[in-house]
Design a protein. Structure first.
Length: 325
């Protein structure tokens, strides 16, 4: 992709996002704050639709590459967008999610590989999409964290091993820049919505899957380690407290820092991005394919994260059952 074409694409994505704001405002596609929210003003919901639209721009501009992935992305984004507006039946939503996962498996040519790739990939895909959805709770976190993931994948693709289309990475990266322009701020103009968090998770999953399958190096899942630590430890603590893990909540560590400690959203997000950047750098420069080093990094990161959570939140909050958070 040339610089000129990238600038044209960036401009086009800004125009598309502005047009979506007009449509969302007209049809009242907004997010109203409630007791679980980390914001207190009415804000446009679904701005993350730009991620799927960027992928479609790539598809029709660069030779119709990865058709099964694009179809899966379109379907899962469409059902998530409709769910943002109408709250659809769970069976319908889960059915489309499953179909999209099958399409991404087909794009990876997963069914031609050893059988054990399928359950591993299923856990990875579903786990990542759910983690992204759970973690999308404050300004900048989905856009900022995803931009780091895409930038790191672009570096790997250009400097370490070529595993995907750089044009796809650039186009998605440009859409994240546009979204962050409106979301990575004290008072966000828009939120990603389910369509945004689910679609960018689906894109990142597809790219990471390509990388892992080509290199057969599972260590690359560490590119999402800090998200994983927050999501997994929060689920564990909720299970210990005998809470329904499928009910909405605000028990994540980033929510504690934002809601209870009153840290500015962008400060919290910047900390998450910085820590993940350090992990990504260690992964590329030191860990590589060394499984023991990767395991050591995961264990040490987990221990430090748990110590920080217990120190800042306290054992009472994390372990003891509470009625309302």
């Amino acid at each position: 992709m040339t610089v000129v074409f990238a600038l044209i694409t960036l401009t086009g994505l800004f125009i598309i996002e502005f047009f979506y704001f007009r449509v969302a405002d007209h049809f009242n596609i907004i997010d109203k704050p409630n007791h679980r929210s980390s914001h207190n003003t009415v804000t446009i919901r679904g701005g993350g639709i730009i991620f799927t639209l960027a992928a479609l721009i790539f598809f029709f501009t660069f030779g119709l590459q990865y058709p099964y992935f694009i179809l899966g992305l379109f379907l899962i984004s469409l059902i998530s967008f409709l769910d943002d507006i109408f709250t659809l039946n769970n069976k319908v939503r889960l059915g489309i999610h499953l179909l999209s996962v099958i399409l991404i498996f087909y794009q990876w040519q997963l069914f031609s590989l050893s059988w054990y790739w399928i359950p591993v990939a299923l856990i990875f895909v579903i786990g990542t999409i759910n983690a992204y959805n759970f973690m999308d709770g404050i300004n900048g976190i989905t856009g900022g964290y995803s931009l780091l993931a895409i930038a790191t994948l672009f570096y790997i693709n250009e400097q370490v091993i070529s595993f995907t289309s750089s044009d796809l990475l650039i186009t998605v990266g440009l859409s994240l820049l546009v979204f962050n322009f409106f979301n990575f701020r004290k008072k966000a103009k828009c939120f990603a919505g389910d369509v945004g968090s689910v679609s960018i998770a689906f894109i990142v999953v597809f790219l990471m899957g390509q990388l892992v399958i080509q290199t057969q190096n599972f260590n690359y899942i560490l590119l999402l380690l800090f998200y994983g630590l927050d999501a997994v430890t929060t689920i564990v603590f909720r299970v210990i407290r005998k809470e329904n893990i499928f009910e909405a909540h605000r028990s994540h560590f980033y929510q504690f820092l934002s809601n209870e400690k009153k840290w500015p959203h962008l400060v919290v997000v910047s900390i998450y991005i910085l820590i993940q950047l350090i992990i990504n750098t260690l992964l590329i420069l030191l860990v590589g394919k060394d499984s023991l080093t990767a395991l050591f990094l995961i264990v040490m990161s987990g221990i430090v994260f748990l110590v920080v959570r217990f120190t800042t939140e306290g054992k009472e909050r994390l372990i003891k059952s509470v009625t309302n958070e």
